[in-house]
Design a protein around this ligand. Structure first.
Ligand code: ATP
Ligand code: MG
Length: 667
């Protein structure tokens, strides 16, 4: 794919941002937390990095194994194997283990549907016992349809409990799933089915989105006119949306499940058996089919979920004091790891919501938090910036005082958005965990440990236990304090990707070729005097202005700190005099008008905050920014727009093509 942007050497980046605000963990929170002080974090972090095998064996001991491992770790990067020789099953650890411990009646999933029939929310609470029955029954359905251990099962479903059932059923019988976000179109389904060589798709007649059914089955039908690989389609009835069923190929979920037995022993999976394939968001190029295997992913997600969100388990006597809600879709890694797989083993109810944050009204999230008394809330900067834009009146209508901890993931969070989250949602009493990680890493890599870490707006702070993260140059030497460089992980961790499905060369080129012997994340970062990491932007997006390498994050954050600005993206563009100029695309807060005077004011504001090198040459107002369907700004497309070039790049994960057309029309 052609990407003709004048690129930075990505060797180094200069930091222009200064953030002084610091927030120690609230004492009441720290007192009851799993990790209670910075000392405790530092001691444990050092031990866990010096001797990861000991640390991870201790974490794994809490889980269920059909057979224990011979060795915790065998590695020769880029390859690593964890819990070598062990047999386990992730679905068993999510379900059976709880039922066997006498927690069968405790809540596993709280589900809220989108429609509010007669003004009433549609809610289901599902116990571990019930979920185990549903999963076992559906696992038998899959077997009856010919699915065997190792067969890739494609799942394209709305955010309903049956999506969790389908994925856990796959894990139970050892069929790796490939989940496709329900917002993708037919061609994305075709591409992923082909890439994964999948012969079966599980879908639904539709899923509710802003009061309308999304035609999932229709999209599958269209995809299947473009590939003949798929032999079976299972269709869940969700919306009573009319669909065509093809004789012999298509089967109704409820009909298949009606006579299926609720007894399906969990397959004894090898630690390194493939658990799932999941495609990255496509922010920097064509999506990559990331492979995760069973045991390492299981141990890592359960451990990180428990510690980062400071989860408190249910017992045989009582429900968990926590109600945890992650607003991501299960179609993304965040949903895989931190709605289902990391949560169920922790014995905390995980809330799933089917719909949009503004349906029926812009207070939907706060209403859900109030009614379900959510204690831990995990969302994305893109959502937080939208809430800010909508205004706090929607929040004021609700009592959200049950919240104890807030999390964010997906993009760097601009310090102003962090402060707003802290004050308006957290009421200044909730620690914020800004978690940096990737589809490839499987779980949190850099994150506050909420009872221990002093947080700083805009920083994802310190490495998780067992993680040896560093900021280096291309020789692998650590950069001096506060100098931006390449973010790498120097040692294997349990949930690291095992490859890109069917593409060994791309795996090596993308992650293992930039700095010898280290995993390269593709992000630029700096580490400050307190050991806190700051993500400065994607290495691909570095802007080289007059010999200075600038990351996108800091300029964008300065733009967002102007009171008129809701969201901003910056890219480099060819500039007659400077070589490269800075173009910024800006959305404004509600009610603000984009005048020429405001353009000048915003440019001056950035120059004042960061210095003259960072002053944008162009400020262009827009109603919306081009984003991936997971809500990330797609700067690579904006680069072409700013340069006035035709876009020939991969756009399969772009959320709304019309935004590009509008931006190009203006340019
Ligand atoms: P692709 O790899 O296809 O270009 P992507 O990188 O957006 O897409 P994901 O795996 O969904 O795919 O996202 C991981 C990236 O998201 C990280 O590399 C980082 O750039 C960004 N990210 C995630 N969490 C954070 C965070 N807390 N702070 C800063 N950046 C984050
Ligand atoms: Mg990526």
């Amino acid at each position: 794919m052609a990407d003709t942007q004048p690129k930075g050497d990505a060797e180094s980046m200069e930091s222009v941002l200064h953030e002084e605000r610091k927030f120690p963990p609230p004492p009441a929170f720290a007192a009851q937390a799993h990790v209670k002080s910075l000392d405790e974090y530092e001691t444990l972090h050092k031990e866990s990095v010096d001797n990861p095998e000991k640390f991870w064996a201790e974490q794994a001991a809490d889980l269920h194994w059909f057979q224990k491992w011979d060795r915790v770790l065998e590695w020769d990067l880029p390859d690593a194997k964890w819990f070598v020789g062990a047999k386990t099953n992730l679905a068993y650890n999510c379900l059976d283990r709880q039922v066997e411990a006498g927690l069968g009646d405790r809540t596993a999933i709280i589900w809220e549907g989108e429609p509010t029939p007669g003004g009433q929310p549609e809610v289901r609470r599902i116990s571990y016992k019930q979920l185990l029955d549903d999963v076992s029954r559906f696992a038998n359905v899959l077997k009856d349809l010919g699915v065997k251990k190792g067969d890739v099962v494609t799942i394209y479903m709305p955010m309903v409990p049956e999506l969790a059932v389908a994925m856990l059923a796959c894990a139970r019988i050892g069929a790796p799933h490939s989940i496709i976000f329900g917002g993708f179109s037919a061609s994305a389904i075709r591409d992923r089915v082909e890439d994964g060589q999948s012969k079966i798709i599980i879908t639904a007649d539709g899923g509710w989105r802003r009061g309308k059914p999304v035609p999932l089955k229709e999209n599958v039908d269209e995809a299947l006119t473009m590939t003949d690989r798929v032999e079976k389609v299972v269709v869940l009835e969700r919306c009573q949306n009319p669909v065509t069923m093809k004789e012999g190929r298509d089967h109704w979920w409820h009909e298949c499940a009606a006579d299926a037995s609720a007894d399906c022993p969990a397959e004894h999976m090898d630690a390194e058996d493939l658990l799932f394939i999941l495609y990255t968001s496509g922010s920097t190029g064509k999506p990559k089919g990331i492979m995760h295997t069973t045991a390492g992913y299981m141990v890592y997600t359960a451990t990180t979920a428990g510690i980062t969100f400071d989860l408190k388990p249910a017992t045989a006597q009582a429900e968990s004091p926590d109600v945890y809600w992650c607003t991501a879709d299960i179609g993304w890694i965040t949903g895989h790891s931190y709605i289902i797989y990391g949560l169920l083993p922790n014995r905390v109810p995980t809330l799933m919501y089917e719909g949009a944050p503004d349906t029926p009204d812009k207070d939907r999230f706060w209403d859900i938090i109030e009614r379900h008394k959510v204690t831990k809330f995990y969302t994305a900067p893109t959502a937080i910036r939208a809430f800010m834009k909508w205004g706090s009146e929607h929040i004021d209508k609700h009592d959200i005082s049950s919240l104890q901890l807030l999390g964010t993931v997906g993009e760097p969070i601009n310090p102003e958005a962090w402060m707003w989250y802290h004050q308006t949602i957290g009421n200044e009493k909730c620690p914020i965990v800004d978690t940096w990680w990737q589809t490839e890493t499987g779980g949190h890599m850099l994150t506050p440990v909420p009872g221990a870490t002093t947080t700083v707006p805009g920083s994802c702070t310190r490495p998780f236990f067992g993680i040896d993260a560093a900021v280096v140059n291309s020789e692998g030497d650590e950069m001096p304090t506060n100098a931006g460089g390449i973010l790498v992980i120097r040692k294997p961790w349990p949930s690291m990707l095992r490859g890109i499905y069917g593409n060994r060369q791309r795996f090596i080129d993308t992650y293992w070729s930039k700095v010898e012997g280290y995993y390269t994340a593709g992000d630029g970062a700096r580490k400050d005097q307190d050991g806190n990491f700051w993500i400065m932007g994607r290495i691909d997006d570095v802007i080289v202005v007059a010999g200075h390498n600038l990351g996108t994050m800091e300029v964008e954050s300065a733009l967002v700190s102007h009171p008129a600005v809701a969201e901003a993206a910056v890219v480099g563009f060819p500039h007659e005099i400077k070589g490269t100029g800075i173009a910024s695309f800006v959305t404004l807060r509600g009610g603000v008008e984009g005048t020429d005077q405001l353009v000048e004011e915003i440019r001056d504001h950035v120059a004042h905050e960061l210095g003259p090198i960072s002053k944008p040459d162009l400020v262009r107002f827009t109603d919306a920014l081009p984003k991936t369907r997971s809500g990330k700004i797609m700067r690579r497309l904006l680069r072409d727009i700013a340069a006035g070039r035709e876009i020939t790049q991969d756009m399969t994960t772009l959320e709304d093509v019309s935004i590009l057309a509008k931006l190009q029309g203006q340019g």
